[in-house]
Each structure stands twice: as structure tokens, then as C-alpha cells.
Design a protein around this ligand. Sequence first.
Ligand code: ADP
Ligand code: ZN
Ligand code: ZN
Length: 734
Amino acid sequence: MAAPLRIYQVAVPAPLYGFFDYLASPQAPAILPGARVRVPFGKREMVGVVLGEADKSILALNRLKQILQVLDSEPVLSANLLQLLTWVAEYYHHPIGEVLHAALPTLLRQGRAAEAGVAVWSLTPAGRAVEANGLSRAPAQKHLLEALSAAPEGLDAEQLAQVSARWSATLKALHTKGWVSAHTRDCLQAANATPSQPPELNPAQRSAVEAILSGLDGFRTFLLHGVTGSGKTEVYLAAIDKVLAQGRQALVLVPEIGLTPQVISRFQQRFRVPIAVLHSGLSDPERLCAWLMARDGKAPIVLGTRSAVLAPISNLGLIVVDEEHDGSYKQQDGLRYSARDVAVMRAARDKIPIVLGSATPSLESLKNARDGAYTLLDLPDRTGSAIMPQVRLLDMRRLKPSEGLSLPLREAVTARLERGEQSLLFLNRRGFAPVWMCYDCGWLAPCRRCDAQLTLHQHRQKLICHHCGAEQEIVKTCPSCQSQNLHPIGEGTERVEGALQKFFPKARIERIDRDSTRGKGMLEEKLRRVHEGEADILIGTQMLSKGHDFPNVTLVGILNADQGLYGVDFRSGERLFQTILQVSGRAGRADKPGEVLIQTWHPEHALFAALQRHDFTGFADYALTERRDTGFPPFSFLALLRAESPQPQAAQQFLAAAHAAALKHRSDQSVQVFAPVPAPMERRAGRFRAQLLVQASKRAALHRLLGPWLAELTGLKAGKRVRWSLDVDPADLY
Ligand code: ADP
Ligand code: ZN
Ligand code: ZN
């Protein structure tokens, strides 16, 4: 009797829950969990990841297909990482195949080999013995030999090309003579910077570092609450230094906007080690290189945005999440995970400390600290002589702004210009004006595909929808009354930039928003000009609010603070406070005192009183009380089922069926299932959207419902006509 076939459980990147069974010949070597295989799937071939071996399948053996090719003899994903990713799939109720897919670099998804070395050439002993002078009749060889002799560690193709354009033929000749040999070097090297001396830590920083280092062998979550400019980054660096000294690796997560060249170079200057930098702008080979260097322990520091939390790191000793409150840690499509929350789970599983740092911690983390689950570390003061800026409210009910700028704000800018200091104006709205309106009949230019108005972009001479991206020519005649009396209403950054040019014709103005920094390197170039004093006034969106240290900015103006004050979402107030405090934190970070002017129509609001006192704790008390009274997170746990369809009623019909199913599966009265409602913006990009909220006072009770409920949803007929998704711990409810 022939030996039985082996059955493997394989995760494939398909939007289907669970894994699939495949066969392999019993003679072939066993395939280890975490190795990639090529398998037939439907009419296609896919690269999947083996999860394990099974002794039987629920399908008859003759219905199982064969594994076509084993791509890895060693697993690309370690057992430890595979377990973390499985947890992610279960917690967010997302197909495991898609989670693994998200965690792999593109080249590995495509089935390419898991290697990323760079070929370098160096002289052999015979080559070193050659007297270069003797080669006077072969000047090209002589030249190359000299270059190689000056580089004992070898030269790669890029470096050889700088020596000679025709290096390849010359190298071949040297190789034939036995004078050079090739080997492979790591694809990532330490930066060639002189290491910078760390500053002497102040007492608050020192005790924070000591607390973190006191337990490097166990799981503990620290909430590092430090005002802007209080030296949080120095605390991270000092703790990481000790972790590296133990031969372990550190993972540092930063928000999308926070991974600026300055941040990277700060790490490179402090530690002369290869740093694996992971962000969305990498080329495929760069990403594979960083990923493998992290996995193999060759990059002691892994620095990246959201998805870096899924990176393989063989010997992790510490995790840092900078600006832990930042919205970019939450992925808003596909696998809707929170990198901060996954990071905490990863630290718990690996039994290592994790530091969550922020000047404006999320209410979730703050409550965890108050409940004793996290350890709070405080940095109450700015470093050196820098003090917190003065905050003044400008009551816009009495001050008439001209193109968004009140007189006191313009005077404050004038004073900065006279003193040679910089001003930063913040307006969270790009474009020229958010509304294009007919003065005769009140018509507002609408997006055809969304329940929203179009934004006027004057530079591009277009009306653009900020929700679906649709663009159209500027309407010159009102389609409703044929009048030509059309005007822009309200201000965006483009319009304020123009107004600033009129008010301050001699000033050098930089606008920083998504439109003005579209091209590669444009943001870096603008930031460079600001840092080198080649700009007097900055006007920008929240791209300006984070991570930057502008020592010569002494005035921050918040042009429209009220956006979000009475927002539709339960987190609007928290976000507004965080943003304003972060932007204000850009002012007066060096030895010159800063001033913050806030233009508002609601100066009596409690949020502004707290801002004036730099009182994050006071704001948090107020906001937490409000959340407790309304039963929102962190006092409850949410899941949001969203559905959308081009047909007006389809999403609501699906959710009505989903609602009935949820009530059937609910075993626990502590879980509340709300009736489906249209989304706050019902129509977007031509689709009608609706949502259903599930709320529970206990996390476990919520997840007990989600599992069986989701299994039923995948089978619902009404679900075939809509696009739907489940968002566990949603960041917002629209
Ligand atoms: P944060 O991350 O809290 O915004 P940083 O770590 O970037 O703060 O520190 C702000 C500035 O203060 C930086 O220029 C940093 O080099 C400097 N700094 C931090 N700690 C100290 C210290 N103990 N002594 C002197 N300068 C410091
Ligand atoms: Zn009209
Ligand atoms: Zn639109």
C-alpha cells in the first residue's frame, strides 16, 4: 500500500475565512509552518502560506489539490509571528490569508526568493600582490585595481560605476586573472554619520528611562505623557540604547506624517547600526531588504509607520509607539487594525516592555493608566529654557476677519516679521474655498456622486470633491437660475496664502498641504526652507502639526478652531483638542517664548479654557466624564458593520437581515445591537451607505457575538448585492 499523502493547511490571499487543505507527496520533505507554497486556487495559481499539517480533511482526499511548488525550505514567517498574525485575524475577524498577505513584502507575495544581499567585489590576495605600476599598458585595469585596493570591504555595482563607466568588462578581465572575487553584503548598512552625544537627561527623563529599563524581561505598558518638546524622543533613545547593548532589537512606530528625514537621521546619528526603515514609500526591493534585515536580526532598530508592527523581528526587546493617539495607526480599509493595539498585544506575547508616548494621549490609554493597567510616566516641562507658549482666544463674533485673518492675528504676524521670527498658521482645509455658490438663488455646486459640496481649487482651475476625488471645470453659469453671480464661500489654505501675499507683500510664504507637496521631495524641500530661515510665514493643514521642531516659530495661529467643536462623531472633541495642542506645540520650542492665537466663534467652550491652561488632564477629565455618561469608548467596546451599494435600498436591506441575525446570536443582554441607520454622509462615490453599531460593556462579550454572527453574514443572500465590512474598535462612526 502506498504511503498516505500529506495534508497541509494553507492560507491563501482570498477574501474567505479559514484555510484550505492541499496535498503533498509523502516522499517530499515536510513543509514547515510559515513557508510559502504555490497552489492552484479556482482557475488561478496563488502564493499561500502553510499554517500546519493535518491528519485528515473535511473534504474527500480525491477532491483536494496538490501543492505545485514549495517556495521556502526555511519558513519566511516564524512560528511566533505566525501566532501574532493569527491573533490579528481572529481579533479583527479578518481572513487569515489576507492578514498574512498584508504582512509580507510584495516580492515575497509574488513568490520571489527571500534574499536581498548585494553583490560586492574585492581583491583576492593575488590581486593585492599585483604591483599596479606594472599595469601601465592597461590603464582601465590599473584604475579599477587602485579603487578596489582602497576599499578593503569591497565595492558594489553602484560604486564601481562611479569608478568607471565600463567597469563591467574591466572587472571581468581582472576576474579571469584571479585578482578579484565576488561575495554578498547586507543590503542595508549603518549610516556613515559621526555619532552624536546624547544630552544629559533631566530628572523627569531619567526616572522615566529607569522605570522602562527596570523591567526589560517582562511585559509592561508605559504611557509616557510629556508636553510637546519635553524630550520624549530622548527617553526612547536612551532606553533603546540599553536594549541594543543587550543584543536585542527595538521596534519604533511613528505616525504616517511623523516619519520625516529628521526623525530618521536622529536615530542614525545616535546609533551607528543598520536601521530598517519601513513605510509606504519604499520600492519593492527596498522593502524586502528592510524586512529581511529586521527578521534576521541584522537591523537592531526597526523604524516604521503602521504596518511595521507586523514586521518580523527575531529578537525584540522593546516597542515604542510615538504619538500613540495618532489616527494614522488605524487602518481604515481592508484589514482594519490598530497598530498601537496590536503593538501592545505583541509586547504582551513577547513579554517585553512597550512605551506609548504622546503629549495628548488617547482617552483609551489614559483610562488604562488611571485604572492601573498601564504605568504613567510624566514629563511635565519643556527641556532647557523653553517654556509653554501663551494661548490667547480671539473672539470672532466681534472681530471681522478679512479672508479668514482677524486684525489681531495680522498684527501678531507683522510683529514676527519685524523681529525676523517665523509664524505658522494652521487651517485644516485645503483648496481655495469649500463652497462655490450662486448669490442670486443660493445654488451650491454639488458633487454628483456624493452628498457633499465641491471645493474650489483656484490654482488648478477645478471644482474638486474631497470625498471621492471627482473633478470638474468651474461652473460659470448657475445651472439653476442662469445667473453669472457665482462666488467662493469660506477659506481654504490656497485662499489664505493669497491673502497673506496681499497683506505681507515682502514676506516669504510657504504653503504646506497635500496639494502643494504632491511631487517627490517637495515636502522635504519646503521643510528645509523653513528650517534654514528661508520662509517667514507657513500656512498649512495638519501636515504641519506633528513631529516638526521649528525653533524660530514664535507665533502659531489657529484660523478655524471651531471645525469639530460640535462634530458628528463622538471623538470630534478629542481630535480637535489633540490637533490644536499639537500645533500649538510647534511654537517657541527653543529659547524664544511662543504665542498661540486661536480664532473662535465659541470662546466660552470648556475645551478652549483647558487649552489656555495647557491642561490636558483637565480636558481629559471633562471628556472622560462625557464618555462615561454617553457610554462610548473607553467605557464600552464597539464594532461597526458598514455596507454600501449603488442601489439605494440594498445596504439597508442587508443590514436589516444582519440585525435580525445579531439578535438571534446574542446570548448576553450586556451587548446592544442598534438598528441600522444611513451613514452620516449617505451617498459617497455613487454608493448609498448604511451602518449598524454593536456596543458592549465587556470586550469578551462583544467578541462572543462577532464570531458566529460573521459566519452567518458571509452566507446571507442580501450580502451578495452589497459591499460590506466589519470594523472592530472603529476610530469613528462614519
Ligand atoms: P519631544 O519628543 O517630547 O517633542 P524631543 O526629544 O524632540 O521632545 O526634545 C525636544 C528638544 O529638546 C530636542 O531638540 C532635543 O534634542 C532637546 N532635548 C531633549 N532632552 C534634552 C535634555 N535633557 N537636555 C537638553 N536638550 C534636550
Ligand atoms: Zn443661481
Ligand atoms: Zn464626491
